[in-house]
Design a protein around this ligand. Structure first.
Ligand code: ZN
Length: 314
C-alpha cells in the first residue's frame, strides 16, 4: 500500500479549554455548530469531551474540547510545536453577517487578508485563536439546526496553522509521508494541501524560529487529527511510521467514534490519524446526537459517580 496517499484531509481539532458551559455556549450559540457528542475524556472521566460539527459530525468539521476548569490544569502558553490557529470556512457573502454577529456577541475581532481570503480572527472564551476564512470553494452542507441562516453558516474547517521552529523537517514529513503538496508562501507562512486541496484539506506552516516552544494547557490546541478511510489504511500508516521511520507512535486506540494513533511530527506538533468510520451515530440516532451523556462501555459502571462530578450544562 502506498502510504503517502492515505491522508484525505482534516478529521478534528482538539483543544484544552476552561469552563464547560462557556465553551458549549460559544461553539453552539455563537458559532452555530452542532454538539454531536457529549462524552468524557476517555483518559480522564472527570472531564467532558465535547464534539462540535455539522449535522453528522462529518470528519473535517469537528472541533473537540476538554473543559478542564477546576482540574488544576495550567494555562497553556502559545508557541512552537502547536496548532496556533484553527480556521473555519464561511461563504464570502457571509462576511458582514459574521462581523455583526461577533460584535453583537462582544467578541473582539480583526479582519485580515490571508492568501487572498478575507479572514476574521478572534479568540474563543478559553483564548484559542480562531479564524473565519471567507471563500467560495466550499460545497459542504452546514448544520441547519441553529438560528444562523444556512447561507451564512460555517461549513467546517478551512485550515489549521502550525507554529514551527524548524520548518524544514516538517515540510519534508508532510511531503514525503503524507503526500501533501506545497500551494503557496506568503510572508513566513507556507501552505500545503492534501491531494485535491480546498477547505478542510489545507495546513499552513508558520516559520516561528524566534518563538519559544509552546506549553500545553488551557487555551491551547492539544492535537490535530487527520482522516483516513479505513482501519486497513490506519494500520498501514502506523507500520510505515514505526517500522520504517522509527517514530514513536501509540498503539491503535478505540475512540468509539473512530480508531486512531497519535505521534509527534518532527516539528513537535502532536498529530492524530483517525478513521472516518464508524462515526457519531454508532451510539445515538442522527436526530439525537449530543443529547445524552455517552460513555465508553468501560465507564458505564461509573455513570452515577461521573454524572455527579461533571458540571451541568444547558
Ligand atoms: Zn483527537
Amino acid at each position: 500500500m502506498d502510504t503517502t496517499k492515505l491522508i484525505k484531509g482534516l478529521h478534528h481539532v482538539t483543544a484544552t479549554v476552561n469552563d464547560a458551559q462557556e465553551d458549549y455556549d460559544f461553539y453552539t450559540k455563537v458559532l452555530g455548530l452542532r454538539l454531536v457528542k457529549k462524552t468524557v475524556n476517555f483518559d480522564n472521566n472527570q472531564v467532558y469531551h465535547f464534539y462540535y460539527g455539522t449535522e453528522m459530525g462529518t470528519p473535517g468539521t469537528i472541533m473537540t474540547t476538554f473543559p478542564y476548569k477546576g482540574q488544576d490544569v495550567r494555562i497553556g502558553t502559545l508557541g512552537t510545536g502547536q496548532v496556533a490557529i484553527t480556521g473555519f470556512s464561511i461563504p464570502i457573502s457571509a462576511l458582514d453577517f459574521w462581523k455583526d454577529r461577533l460584535q453583537a456577541s462582544n467578541i473582539e475581532f480583526g479582519q485580515v487578508e490571508i492568501m487572498g481570503n478575507p479572514t476574521l480572527r478572534f479568540q474563543d472564551p478559553a483564548g484559542l485563536f480562531l479564524e473565519l476564512v471567507a471563500n467560495d470553494d466550499d460545497d459542504r452542507a452546514p448544520w441547519t439546526g441553529t438560528a444562523i441562516p444556512p447561507a451564512m453558516a460555517i461549513r467546517g474547517f478551512y485550515n489549521v496553522t502550525l507554529s514551527i521552529a524548524e520548518v524544514g523537517s516538517t515540510f519534508e514529513f508532510l511531503e514525503q509521508e503524507f503526500g501533501f503538496t506545497k500551494v503557496t508562501k506568503e510572508g513566513m507562512v507556507t501552505r500545503y494541501q492534501v491531494e485535491g486541496g480546498g477547505p478542510g484539506r489545507l495546513v499552513d506552516i508558520r516559520d516561528d524560529h524566534e518563538l519559544d516552544r509552546g506549553k500545553n494547557g488551557i487555551g491551547t490546541v492539544h492535537h490535530v487529527a487527520w482522516r483516513v478511510e479505513s482501519d486497513e489504511a490506519l494500520h498501514a500508516l502506523r507500520a510505515r511510521l514505526v517500522d520504517e521511520l522509527g517514530l514513536k507512535v501509540t498503539e491503535i486506540k478505540d475512540r468509539k467514534y473512530f480508531h486512531s494513533i497519535y505521534f509527534r511530527i518532527p516539528g513537535g506538533v502532536l498529530f492524530e490519524v483517525a478513521t472516518i468510520p464508524p462515526g457519531f451515530s454508532v451510539d445515538e440516532s442522527l436526530d439525537e446526537l449530543g443529547n445524552e451523556l455517552k460513555l465508553p462501555d468501560w465507564e458505564e459502571a461509573n455513570r452515577t459517580q461521573i454524572e455527579s462530578v461533571l458540571p451541568k450544562i444547558n
